[in-house]
Design a protein around this ligand. Structure first.
Ligand SMILES: CC(C)(COP(=O)(O)OP(=O)(O)OC[C@H]1O[C@@H](n2cnc3c(N)ncnc32)[C@H](O)[C@@H]1OP(=O)(O)O)[C@@H](O)C(=O)NCCC(=O)NCCS
Length: 176
């Protein structure tokens, strides 16, 4: 489908465009984004270009994932990236990262809530999942504010970029 644009009190959520490559590149130099998300390490400008110009548009075009950038109304500064990915029939996974300087202001909850609301209204899905490495308390706080129930811990689910296996939390949100 074609990307949508969403609006919240403080944010515009829209598809990323070539003009955003530098902002994505800068944001993804952050150590937490590189540790807690699948962002490549080191994160090069070509990685930002590929995501913005190829992978994210293709996600929308093929209905596999729906990535939106959140931007502050007024300054249009990038706040973060928010994505719903189809992982099985009727099930989406929510993923997000926020620009370090924009954190701690409730923007991720605001953006992710708008994206989930859009998902419920538009897509034939019954469950949204959230996954995070154990210890990622920021991600967990966002998920819990959104109403996710933390359902369990998977022991040593995957190897992170420190080369060690890590436990993961999994949570779920059912169609309201
Ligand atoms: C996780 C992340 C997206 C949170 O973004 P954010 O914009 O700061 O989140 P919000 O401002 O919407 O915060 C929502 C709540 O979470 C809390 N929170 C945010 N970061 C926190 C942290 N590190 N530890 C504890 N609580 C935290 C906030 O205090 C807020 O609760 P409050 O309203 O009661 O104060 C951001 O820290 C980030 O990008 N981390 C690196 C990438 C990442 O881990 N992505 C998730 C992968 S699963």
């Amino acid at each position: 489908m074609d990307p949508v644009t969403l609006e919240t009190d403080r944010l515009i959520l829209r598809a990323f465009a070539a003009v955003d490559v530098d902002a994505v590149y800068d944001a993804c130099q952050d150590q937490d984004i590189q540790f807690y998300t699948p962002a490549p390490v080191p994160y090069r400008r070509e990685d930002a270009e590929k995501s913005v110009c190829e992978d994210w548009p293709e996600g929308w075009a093929t209905d596999k994932n729906y990535t939106l950038g959140a931007f502050r109304k007024g300054s249009e500064a990038l706040v973060g990236s928010y994505c719903l990915t189809r992982i099985s029939q009727g099930v989406l996974e929510l993923g997000y990262w926020a620009v370090r300087e924009q954190r701690g202001q409730g923007f991720s909850v605001e953006a992710a809530r708008a994206l989930c609301d859009w998902g419920w209204a538009t897509l034939d899905v019954h469950r949204i999942e959230w996954w995070a490495m154990v210890g990622n308390t920021g991600s967990r706080a966002v998920a819990e504010k959104l109403g996710f129930t933390v359902e369990g811990t998977l022991r040593q689910r995957s190897v992170a970029n420190d080369g060690k296996p890590h436990d993961w939390w999994v949570g779920g949100l059912l169609r309201p």
